[in-house]
Design a binder for this molecule. Structure first.
Ligand code: SAH
Length: 396
């Protein structure tokens, strides 16, 4: 088998079970491995460390499949890994209430580069590494045999694939193509989700528990939901007894679906207002108009996918949080999120603290939120934690 030999001393992260080998750690490649092909990882002395998928174009030159020398990397290996990921969800997701959840969370489920989301009896697959790409047919077959889905749809239409030398791709891999949209349930609420054209794989499944939390604290409140997408937080706030919800998103299609989702759950749009627009501008307009709310939700898109964009992104986060604070009534609640992998929890808290300071509010963190358990973080892979949320109360 082809071999990748590490430079002296560069095996430490691998021994701690971190699954990535960066190009700078590579001393030598023996053989001519194709993209995604399995290679043996060895230390500078030639000692076996792991089996990994080779990725010649990426800075992450290899991603580890297994540390066990006796393990063969074959279709059965993928079947077993899929099974254990599915088992976790069997135990931690209440299927009576929720029909859409993440089945495979890539590195954190020991399948680097593979995302699989379930929406009722459809699966949506996203392939982000050369290794998974190479085993795509076997993985599709494995998912089909384990779960017997109506269809498996690929949403590998993301720019990061370029780093792995992979083109963007989208289409049906197995069975039927999903209807547009399909109807899922989440914590007993109904949502229309467009699996083929929606953002991510259709729905922001990682926010499920945080939306439920929002429902629990919404009674009687006037709510401003920024970056509303298809109305997730809007529908939950209304279900929790919110008095009114103003939802803002720049996507007209998303707001259209958000209205349908509120109608599905509430039967009327009476308590709702909608703005299709840019949150940065609309927050200023609301402030100039003297508007105030009991609760403001800020759930922006990823401003900093990697650490190198963190500084620029910090300005964006500070700006929206500043206006979030300004738009709160005394004693009001801010639910503020960041899903940027490049900004860690401490930094995010500091940005929000700076925003509070500049606004002149006295503010306390009541809760810290993160992604739902179907998006686990493997302890050896802290990068798996990307979603951070703070629930903050300001002084009266
Ligand atoms: N809270 C949502 C997910 C939000 S995703 C949920 O629970 O489902 C981020 C959303 O921000 C997307 O819908 C995107 O269309 C929107 N968006 C991105 N940039 C924006 C901007 N500058 N102004 C308004 N909306 C924006």
């Amino acid at each position: 088998m082809n071999r990748l030999t590490l430079k002296k001393g560069r095996e430490k992260a691998i021994l701690r079970r971190h699954p990535w080998i960066f190009s700078g750690a590579v001393k030598r490649i023996t053989g001519d491995p194709a993209p995604g092909e399995t290679v043996i990882i060895e230390d500078a002395k030639g000692q076996f460390l792991a089996y990994a998928a080779y990725s010649p174009t990426s800075q992450i030159r290899a991603r580890i499949w297994s540390w066990d020398e006796d393990q063969s990397i074959d279709p059965d290996f993928f079947l077993q890994r899929l099974k254990s990921a599915i088992n976790l969800r069997e135990k931690w997701i209440d299927k009576n209430q929720t029909s859409a959840y993440r089945l495979v969370h890539a590195e954190s489920d020991n399948l680097p580069g593979l995302i699989v989301d379930r929406y009722n009896d459809y699966l949506v697959v996203q392939i982000l590494s050369a290794g998974i790409e190479r085993w795509k047919a076997e993985i599709t077959q494995g998912l089909a045999s384990l779960l017997n889905p109506a269809g498996i749809y690929e949403r590998s239409d993301v720019a990061v694939r370029d780093l792995e030398g992979l083109p963007e791709r989208e289409g049906t891999l197995f069975g039927k193509s999903p209807n547009r949209p399909i109807l899922i349930s989440e914590n007993g609420l109904k949502f229309k989700v467009d699996l083929t054209k929606g953002q991510k794989t259709g729905f922001y499944l990682d926010q499920r528990d945080n939306r439920q939390f929002c429902r629990e604290i919404s009674q009687g409140k006037s709510v401003l939901n920024c970056f509303a997408y298809t109305g997730g937080f809007t529908a939950y706030a209304l279900a929790g007894g919110a008095e009114s919800v103003l939802s803002i998103d720049s996507s007209e299609e998303a707001i259209h679906l958000a209205k349908e989702n509120v109608l599905l759950n509430q039967g009327s749009l009476d308590k709702c207002d909608w703005i299709v627009g840019d949150v940065f501008e609309e927050l200023r307009t609301l402030r100039d108009g003297g508007c105030q709310f009991d609760m403001v939700i800020l759930d922006p898109p990823k401003f900093a996918p990697t650490a190198s964009q963190a500084k620029q992104a910090a300005r964006g986060y500070k700006d929206i949080n500043l206006y979030g604070f300004k738009l709160l009534k005394p004693g009001g609640t801010l639910m503020t999120f960041s899903c940027s992998g490049g900004i860690d929890e401490r930094f995010f808290q500091k940005i929000v603290a700076d925003a509070a300071l500049d606004t002149g509010v006295d503010a306390q963190i009541l809760y810290r939120l993160s992604q739902a358990p179907d998006h686990p973080t493997h302890l050896a892979f802290p990068e798996g934690t990307y979603l951070k949320g703070l629930v903050i109360r300001i002084g009266e």
